[in-house]
Design a protein around this ligand. Structure first.
Ligand code: SAH
Length: 374
């Protein structure tokens, strides 16, 4: 394997002539929502009414808001709930229980989200950026480069839409609640830090100020932006942190995750350990198993040693069978090799679960989101 130099784009992308997404109710803090309705000539209590419709009833349809005076309903909704996400294509798999939606944003940027219903939970995988600047060579999104950061409401709308669909019984299995959100769609969430935190606050705030989700049911996945991991640890919102490690040694990890040149295996694992200490939340280590690349038994042993060096019971491992991406020269590990890798980690006392590859037949699995139209 050769190493290709890649440009890492960590900075906030220029907004360009097309400007920012329109401000939406979900971009505002509860206090700002009150200020905004007052500015629009309405009573302060309207903010709570709108929040109830949006976060509890999961709607921004004025015709459903019968507790608001008909005279101001349309104007309020028009001012506060601009259309941010237009569904462009929906693909279903697993008997309709996996649903991938391609969204067009106001400026033509495209993102995808994937809803996965299981027996005991429903998980939405959201995008936090259009494209991604991290350039991991085995990930389809990484090949696109970064288009732009999403706004909080552009992420929150992905969540509201999925929660509404589940509540309306549109996913086979009867109506249900959205229980989990994972920031594992397009983008590097910690490179859009403020927006992701504003989103997490809206997800976890009790209804009607937010969706009332439990922080532990929200997972933020990162390539390992160590300073941002430490910042996240200090927020006092114990979300689950997932670290995309993929190799226990710097030589290989720098090829698979170019950001490793900036934050090494040691730095990212030390930050992950500090995250556990600050929050008490066990960190997930993601490891996409690639045949003959990172799946050797000695690498499983090295990973086990590196994790245990930092303590016991603070981490669990999530090997992911590599999902195919266009033009990629890598393939998934042989099942026997995968089994040996898992067995080695467990022999080191590391709890290990292989991630299922839901949605791979609709290019909706990890690393396959490329916002293709057809
Ligand atoms: N940028 C963040 C969020 C994306 S999460 C991060 O990298 O953590 C998507 C997860 O899927 C990451 O662990 C990523 O490394 C993994 N992934 C990417 N491409 C993959 C592929 N082709 N097969 C399996 N997993 C992949």
């Amino acid at each position: 394997m050769t190493t290709t130099p890649v440009a890492l784009n960590l900075s906030t992308p220029a907004r360009g002539a097309r400007g920012k997404p329109p401000k939406h109710f979900a971009d505002l803090t509860p206090a700002e929502r009150v200020a905004k309705v007052v500015e629009l000539g309405e009573k302060p209590l309207r903010a709570k009414q709108l929040a109830t419709h949006y976060f509890s009833h999961l709607t921004s349809d004025p015709s459903a808001m019968t507790d608001l005076p008909a005279s101001s309903r349309d104007a309020l909704v028009e001012a506060m709930f601009p259309e941010l996400l237009t569904p462009a294509r929906t693909l279903r798999a697993d008997g309709g229980t996996t649903v991938k939606t391609l969204w067009h944003l106001f400026d033509g940027a495209k993102v995808e989200s994937v809803l996965m219903r299981y027996a005991n939970r429903s998980t939405l995988c959201v995008s936090s950026q259009a494209g991604c600047g991290m350039a991991c060579p085995f990930c389809a999104t990484g090949q696109l480069g970064l288009t732009r950061n999403l706004s909080p409401a552009e992420i929150i709308e992905q969540v509201r839409s999925a929660a509404r669909s589940l509540a309306a019984g549109e996913v086979p299995g009867g109506d249900t609640r959205l229980s989990n959100v994972v920031f594992m769609g397009m983008g590097e969430p910690l490179a859009n830090y403020k927006t992701v935190m504003a989103t997490v606050r809206a997800l976890t705030a009790p209804t009607p100020e937010g969706f009332g989700m439990s922080a532990r049911n929200i997972t933020v996945s990162t390539v390992g932006l160590a300073p941002a991991m430490d910042r996240l640890a200090a927020e006092g919102i114990p979300v689950t942190l997932a670290l995309s490690l993929h190799a226990p040694d710097d030589e290989l990890r720098s090829e698979l995750v170019p950001m490793n040149e900036k934050f090494s295996v040691k730095q990212v694992l030390d930050s992950a350990r500090r995250y556990f200490e600050a929050t008490g939340r066990r960190v997930s280590i993601e490891y996409a198993l690639m045949r003959d690349i990172n799946d050797q038994a000695w690498r499983a042993d090295l990973l086990g040693t590196e994790l245990n060096r930092r303590g016991r019971g603070w981490v669990h491992c999530n090997p992911i069978p590599l999902n195919p991406t266009p033009g990629s020269k890598w393939t998934a590990s042989d099942p026997a090799v995968e089994a040996e890798f898992v067995a080695r980690l467990r022999a080191h006392g590391i709890p290990t679960t292989v991630r299922d590859t839901r949605g791979s037949d609709i290019d909706g699995a990890c690393g396959q989101l490329a916002a293709e139209e057809d």
